[in-house]
Design a binder for this molecule. Structure first.
Ligand SMILES: [Zn+2]
Length: 139
């Protein structure tokens, strides 16, 4: 690790502060932000990509919203670079090539979170299909 490099714990502290979570002991803020996880991570992203004050290997999991270090794990959705192991996993849970393209670049902290994301996505689609069926019956 480089000297003075911002740690994952420090990034998590900023991420939580931006969402209005409790501040460290002894710290107070008159107007603490109350951002959503997505908006809070957008601030961190700007500090990473524009100002380069936070290393860009910290990412937010698209499933659980936790910040994690891509140097020590994580999953990235890729449409073009799917190895045999991932393809077998995608086939098993019914993830299509179109979906991989749609969510290209999505980050997950681990394989379980990625599987949960696809599961939830597919169940939402099913709910929508169910609603459409019901609406057709009503017409
Ligand atoms: Zn996760």
């Amino acid at each position: 690790m480089k000297t003075n490099e911002i740690t994952i714990d420090q990034v998590r502290e900023v991420y939580e502060m931006l969402q209005g979570m409790p501040l460290p002991e002894g710290w107070h803020m008159a107007e603490q932000p109350q951002l959503t996880p997505g908006a809070a991570f957008a601030v961190i992203w700007f500090l990473q990509e524009r100002l380069r004050v936070i290393p860009d290997h910290y990412e937010r999991c698209k499933n659980c919203d936790e910040v994690f270090d891509t140097d020590y794990g994580g999953q990235v959705v890729s449409a073009d670079d799917v190895d045999e192991y991932d393809q077998a996993a995608y086939d098993a849970i019914g993830v299509s090539a179109d979906e991989l393209r749609e969510y290209e670049g999505a980050q997950f902290c681990d394989v379980e979170c990625e599987a949960q994301f696809w599961h939830d996505l597919h169940n939402d689609l099913t709910d929508t299909e169910e609603e459409m069926k019901c609406q057709k019956l009503l017409i």
